[in-house]
Design a protein around this ligand. Structure first.
Ligand SMILES: NC(=O)C1=CN([C@@H]2O[C@H](COP(=O)(O)OP(=O)(O)OC[C@H]3O[C@@H](n4cnc5c(N)ncnc54)[C@H](O)[C@@H]3O)[C@@H](O)[C@H]2O)[C@H](O)CC1
Ligand code: K
Length: 463
């Protein structure tokens, strides 16, 4: 199952051009976009007194169409424009609006505010006065909607080119853009809606889909469902947390090899007190192991390095997290086996890959290409990138995930789903979604251990 297509500004223009080349009149797309957005606004705001702000480009053209259609439904609508309309379509849409057009600078607040100032054509930050006026009008409105993108965000990487108000709704037109999912832009609205404008929008990048999970087959047993070996080090709490997450991921059996075993953890996890790295080699030599996880609680000393190398040498599918990524940053990426899953946060990513150009999506895809591994590039937004150019992007589930140990839980989930599916990209996507859904179900102020408790319900919701 795939999420919604994510297109850059250029890719969106190419998709629109392909529609024009196929005979769709340019102005048709603007009417379709305006109608789709007007429907969303109407359902949210009914007949609230509405002010539509129209910019000089086609985003503004959408705004004129929206204003005309809302007025046609009996909504008291005012329009304020930022200068003249510069494109053929927006001039035509302005002409079809036969009401007054106020100047933006003098526009009085309204209960419902529609921002159709700028969309994918924004090339620089808004003029300070314009940004200030937009902020004032959004703050004074009880409902606010941004058309295609909040005015002021950079379409392709989610940067803020000028201060951007916080909107209630963002209505993406035709397809999602990176700025809908990448922070800080993705944090400038609560609800995200994607309005279909009836044109093909091909893309290798999608929003993270809600996964379809399967219960085990009747004849399944603990090895067919996947045996996960979690290799810890001196800080066993982290690897135990990862092991517990793997145990609740749908995998069939978990072994936890650590030099220090903190507490005992659930009896379902087989703990082996393994101190010497050479013993790790023997422990992971079991051919029934489906995936190995190394990193949480590993330690960055010689002992940790030796344990990681034993894991890498095992030949099993592998998830590399936390300290393992730091050690690989020192040791060199070429030790990363193809088909691995890497789970770097920002700092680990830069240590492993340096300062790559482009958006977070571009960087994750380049890292996947360089390593031939699947990369979960974590953060308030997460990008899951595959070596073949596919990527799944999520704007994030809960800011409460910024607490110790949640990375260990995600790593355990990735190892577990890899053991179940055998498919690194699918496993990474399922793990990120389950991690976020478990957090959503845990409510505010949870600790990482609480996520273990809400995982079964998160899985049940997708069976
Ligand atoms: N292409 C189509 O048929 C459809 C497009 N859709 C909508 O159109 C916008 C993209 O429109 P575009 O004209 O390319 O750009 P914008 O309307 O976003 O505005 C760019 C416009 O403004 C000037 N400009 C850029 N930055 C600034 C600034 N900081 N201050 C002032 N002026 C600025 C720039 O020179 C252009 O003139 C897309 O988002 C959709 O909303 C329809 O949805 C579908 C049909
Ligand atoms: K806008």
């Amino acid at each position: 199952m795939q999420g919604l297509p994510v297109l850059t500004a250029a890719a969106m223009r190419a998709a629109e051009q392909a529609a024009f080349d196929a005979g769709v009149p340019e102005y048709d797309l603007m009417e379709r976009a305006g109608a789709a957005a007007a429907e969303v606004i109407w359902r949210a705001g009914g007949r609230r007194e509405t002010l539509v702000l129209c910019g000089p480009g086609n985003n503004g053209g959408d705004g004129f169409v929206i204003a005309r259609l809302l007025r046609g439904r009996g909504v008291p609508v005012r329009v304020a424009a930022l200068g003249e309309s510069r494109t053929e379509s927006s001039k035509r849409a302005r002409g079809a609006w036969d009401g007054p057009v106020e100047s933006l600078a003098d526009a009085a607040p309204a209960a419902q505010l529609v921002d159709a100032l700028f969309g994918t054509g924004l090339t620089r930050g808004l003029d300070e006065k314009v940004a200030g006026k937009l902020d004032e009008l959004v703050c004074r409105a009880s409902l606010s909607h941004s058309i295609d993108l909040p005015s002021g965000v950079a379409t392709d990487d989610g940067a803020l080119l000028s201060p951007v108000p916080h909107f209630g709704t963002c209505i993406a037109l035709g397809a999602l853009k990176p700025a809908h999912l990448l922070h800080p832009a993705a944090d400038r609205f609560d609800r995200l809606v994607c309005a279909d404008i009836g044109i093909p929008v091909p893309s290798a990048i999608h929003s993270l889909a809600v996964p379809d999970l399967q219960a085990p087959e009747p004849e399944a047993h603990k090895y067919t469902r996947g045996l996960v070996a979690v290799i810890g080090g001196g800080m066993a709490g982290a690897s135990l947390l990862a092991a517990r997450a793997a145990a609740h991921s749908g995998a069939g059996s978990i072994r936890h090899f650590a030099a220090v075993v903190a507490g005992s953890g659930p009896d379902a996890i087989v703990h082996r007190h393994v101190v010497a790295p050479a013993d790790i080699t023997e422990a992971v030599s079991d051919k029934r192991i489906a995936t190995v996880l190394v990193g949480p609680g590993l330690g960055r000393d010689e002992d940790g390095r030796a344990r990681m190398e034993a894991a890498l040498a095992s030949g099993h599918r592998i998830v590399l997290d936390a300290d393992a990524l730091t050690l690989l940053g020192e040791k060199g990426r070429d030790a990363i086996p193809a088909g691995a899953i890497l789970t770097p946060h920002e700092g680990e990513f830069v240590r492993l890959f340096g300062d790559l150009p482009g958006s977070k999506i571009d960087r994750a895809l380049e890292a996947a290409r360089l390593t031939q591994a699947v990369v979960i590039y974590k953060g308030p937004d997460s990008v899951i990138a595959a070596p073949d150019g596919r990527a799944a992007v999520t704007r994030g589930f809960s800011s409460w995930l910024s607490t110790a140990g949640t990375g260990d839980v995600l790593a355990g989930l990735a190892a577990g789903r890899l053991a179940v599916t055998g498919d690194p990209f699918r496993a990474a996507c399922e793990a990120v979604w389950l991690h976020g859904e478990a957090a959503r179900r845990a409510g505010p102020a949870f600790i990482a251990d609480d996520l273990i408790g809400t995982l079964p319900a998160a899985i049940a919701s997708r069976l």
